[in-house]
Design a protein around this ligand. Structure first.
Ligand code: HEM
Length: 392
């Protein structure tokens, strides 16, 4: 036994960072830990260092010997090193392909469609009456419907790709995760072939029109699968957690309802306070480097713990308090620097409309169980809650 702290740390209060994480943060900015797979890695927990390292070109996602690189989990998506000698160039190309589809203007144009989806879901919930599970009724279907519309993926296939996404995000069972990824990318390849002959008004058809002669179906399928995964689990988790934060903080809920101008600040606070997933985002040192006085060697894994950084008292006063009117809120929930989340504008629009609509149209919405009884999704890349039992 190495005696090093072992990830993932237990999250004793559903909505707060694991106490062990905050204890390490109090000790220093960087510490050696064991990942979920038992590999050694550096865990960076303080805001200033995490933010700086997100933008540090000496850290990358690839590794010269991926098979020997430390892993953070068994998920094939974010848990392990990628083999890519041309990482920066390929990454820049990926962003250049995707960014135009996520411009603030395009995202604003999606507002009426998103509003309509949410209104329909809430109409149905009101008609059916409570109690109900908000996770199943709203938090899960909404981002799936939105990402399906954006990508041009048939919503009828949602049960399949939900199951594959779930498998893909398994941080323990690597074979299940790999099967999930294979099923998802195979499905996407079929869809891309169909869209080559019958294009639609959607992002995948746009990608084929723009790059289809230079980029093969396999690569387009990987890109689209990544988007499908990134675009729904993450937002689903924030709808669940944001709702619970409002329901257990009646003063913040009242403040939100009284002042329309607080909507976007409230979403930033929900993003900051949403603790989800295990350790941190995985990087590898491309060269020997010094991090806050600690020598990190080329090839070693460095985990950037954005959730812990978002709860660093050095950066946020009363960090565990949910305060929607924080004067500044430079949280790291979308990362920072070269890999800053491409879907951030979309997620912000979705979250803003959800809370504006949900809290206004369901003024008596409340949990039917004590907050301590909410169950965490464990061993899942995106973390979050299993269900949100509510009535109104
Ligand atoms: C609240 C919801 C979301 C959260 C919290 C979130 C979080 C993140 C984070 C932390 C990163 C950086 C990863 C890293 O540095 O390694 C990231 C990257 C990314 N996100 Fe999101 N995301 C959300 C929603 C979305 C949506 C809706 C989409 C697309 C539909 C999306 C697509 C992406 C993509 C493509 C990247 C990769 C960017 C790159 O490597 O350059 N995300 N996201």
């Amino acid at each position: 036994m190495s005696g090093l702290p072992q990830l993932p740390f237990a999250q004793t209060a559903v909505l707060n960072p694991p106490p062990a994480m905050l204890a390490l943060q109090a000790e220093g900015p960087i510490v050696r830990v064991l990942t979920q797979t038992g590999d050694e890695a550096w865990l960076v927990t303080r805001y200033e260092e995490v933010r700086e390292l997100f933008a540090d070109p000496r850290l990358g996602r690839s590794h010269p010997n991926p098979d020997q690189a430390a892993r953070v989990s068994n998920s094939v998506l974010m848990g392990t090193a990628v083999a890519d000698d041309n990482e920066d160039q390929n990454h820049a190309m990926m962003r250049a392909m995707l960014m135009p589809a996520f411009s603030p203007r395009r995202m604003r144009a999606m507002r009426p469609h998103i509003q309509q989806i949410i209104d329909t879901i809430i109409d149905d919930m009101l008609a059916d009456g409570g109690p109900d599970d908000l996770h199943e009724r709203l938090s899960m279907p909404l981002p799936v419907l939105v990402i399906c519309a954006l990508l041009g993926v048939p919503y009828e296939d949602r049960d399949d790709f939900r199951a594959w996404s779930n498998a893909l995000g398994d941080t323990v069972d690597g074979a299940r995760s790999a099967d999930g990824w294979n099923s998802l990318t195979t499905y996407m390849q079929g869809l891309i072939q169909r869209k080559r002959s019958e294009p639609g008004d959607d992002l995948i058809s746009d990608l084929i029109a723009e790059y289809g002669d230079r980029v093969g179906d396999e690569e387009l399928a990987m890109l689209s699968s990544g988007l499908l995964f990134a675009g729904h689990e993450t937002t689903m988790v924030r709808i669940d957690i944001g709702t619970v934060l409002f329901l257990i903080n009646p003063d913040q809920r009242a403040a939100f309802l009284q002042d329309d101008k607080l909507a976007s600040a409230a979403v930033e606070e929900i993003l900051r306070r949403s603790v989800s997933g295990g350790g941190g985002l995985l990087r590898y040192a491309r060269e020997d480097m010094d991090i806050a006085g600690t020598k990190v060697h080329a090839g070693e894994a460095v985990l950037l713990a954005a959730g812990a950084a978002n709860h660093d008292e050095r950066a946020f006063t009363d960090a565990v308090q949910f305060e929607i009117a924080r004067p500044t809120n430079q949280h790291l929930s979308f990362g920072h620097g070269a890999r800053y989340c491409i879907g951030a504008n979309l997620a912000r629009v979705e979250l803003q409309i959800v809370f504006e609509t949900l809290l206004r149209r369901m003024p008596t919405l409340r949990l039917t169980v004590p907050v301590e009884d909410l169950q965490l999704r464990v061993n899942q890349l995106g973390g979050g809650l299993v269900s949100v039992p509510v009535t109104w």
